[in-house]
Design a protein around this ligand. Structure first.
Ligand SMILES: *[C@@H]1O[C@H](CO)[C@@H](O)[C@H](O)[C@H]1NC(C)=O
Ligand SMILES: *[C@@H]1O[C@H](CO)[C@@H](O)[C@H](O)[C@H]1NC(C)=O
Ligand SMILES: *[C@@H]1O[C@H](CO)[C@@H](O)[C@H](O)[C@H]1NC(C)=O
Length: 355
């Protein structure tokens, strides 16, 4: 299996910091001061893929359907949030050339950019090919209610990135540009989705994996909020930020938002600023409340298959599911639970009402 040679599992990293003590003030500084929701949050299955399968990232269409990228094979699926119909294969890329599909982000209505990675070795050094960013236009896509494709999505190349090693997380800067994280080289590319022009936009020390790190994975998930670019650093186990201009140029120096999220993968903000951080190799989901600096585990555990290898999350976009956090999982392929247990990757959800 592709990932059996990877060393993502090699070393068990930091011990989670203990939860923050209850403060005298009822201010929202800790989940312990809250009555609801009760923890751990319940994890529900939307769809379990065949074993083995690494669901890596997701985007929610305006119609509520979920686009799910696979890292173990370069494929993109549409998953029905009700789980009533089987996932529909939307796009495939040449698996003899590309390793897998990763970050995906909407640019204009129902048009998505997606990171397609070239093969890398156990240290995440690219071994062949050229990573690329593709466009998946869902406006042309049509399927029956039973999930039979009537018209395909339109897939086209945006840009080859020969300067990149391993592109991972992605976010939208504006309708003509996305930011793409190079998790090995520790920098972020700005890519024009219309012209294919690209540049290194942010190259920050907090995006690098440190010397002697347990894994060579630096900047991973990316999100923009209130003129700041936020990113996780997997090796450090941190969430970081730097102010950026509307053109994506960094302003001033970066800072650490929280540093107790071991093996942080992708993350997402709820509308009030609460961050939900997926910790793939810890099989946990942590929450960082706005204005605080210590994250707390709200679901999953490193001895349970309940969130095995959780990779990323996005909130629903319908009135009926806007507080529902959809999650992708790898099944623990990078770091088997208790060293041996691996399950099928899935799309899951948790309800976050109360946060
Ligand atoms: C959609 O694309 C696939 C793969 O290229 C092809 O086999 C299929 O016939 C297409 N379906 C339609 C309805 O055009
Ligand atoms: C992992 O080990 C712990 C402790 O022995 C056990 O309670 C737990 O059920 C194991 N988990 C799995 C998924 O096997
Ligand atoms: C789970 O994490 C704890 C610390 O949070 C660590 O002490 C323990 O060794 C880990 N267990 C496994 C099975 O990885």
């Amino acid at each position: 299996m592709l990932f059996s040679s990877f060393n993502w599992a090699a070393t068990s990293l930091a011990v989670l910091s203990s939860l923050s003590p209850v403060t005298s003030s009822p201010a929202i500084t800790s989940l312990e001061t809250r009555k609801t929701p009760s923890l751990p949050l319940k994890v529900n299955t939307v769809w379990e893929f065949a074993f083995p399968s690494w669901c890596e990232n997701l985007a929610i269409r305006a119609n509520g359907q979920i686009l799910v990228s696979r890292l173990d094979t370069p494929e993109l699926y549409q998953v029905d949030p009700t789980g009533k119909i089987a996932p529909i294969l939307i796009a495939t890329w040449d698996a003899s050339y590309y390793m897998g599909a990763l970050g995906i982000s909407e640019t204009t209505p129902d048009v998505f950019a997606i990171n397609i990675a070239a093969p890398v070795d156990a240290n995440f050094v690219k071994t062949s090919g050229v990573p690329a960013i593709y466009k998946v236009d869902m406006n042309t896509f049509k399927a029956t209610s039973a999930g039979v494709i009537e018209k395909n999505a339109t897939v086209s190349l945006i840009a080859n990135l020969p300067i990149a090693d391993f592109i991972n997380g992605m976010t939208t800067l504006d309708e003509e540009h996305v930011l793409s994280a190079d998790v090995y080289l520790g920098r972020v590319y700005k890519v024009d989705v219309k012209t294919g022009a690209y540049s290194i936009a942010i190259n920050d020390p907090k995006m690098k994996f440190p010397a002697n790190a347990p894994t060579n994975l630096g900047v991973n998930g990316l999100k923009i909020k209130d003129s700041y670019l936020y990113w996780t650093n997997t090796a450090v186990g941190s969430l970081n930020k730097i102010q950026i201009t509307s053109a994506g140029t960094p302003v001033g120096t970066s800072s650490v938002v929280t540093a107790n999220v071991p093996r942080a993968d992708d993350f997402i903000f709820k509308s009030d600023g609460t961050a939900f951080i997926a910790q793939n190799q810890e099989d946990e989901l942590s929450v960082l409340l706005p204005g605080t600096s210590k994250a707390e585990v709200v679901a999953g555990s490193n001895t349970s298959t309940i969130l095995a290898g959780v990779t990323a999350g996005k909130f629903g976009r319908l009135a009926s599911d806007c507080e529902r956090l959809y999650l992708t999982t790898s099944g623990g392929l990078a770091a088997p639970i208790n060293g041996t247990v691996v399950v099928a990757g899935m799309v899951a959800y948790i309800d976050t009402a109360g946060f």
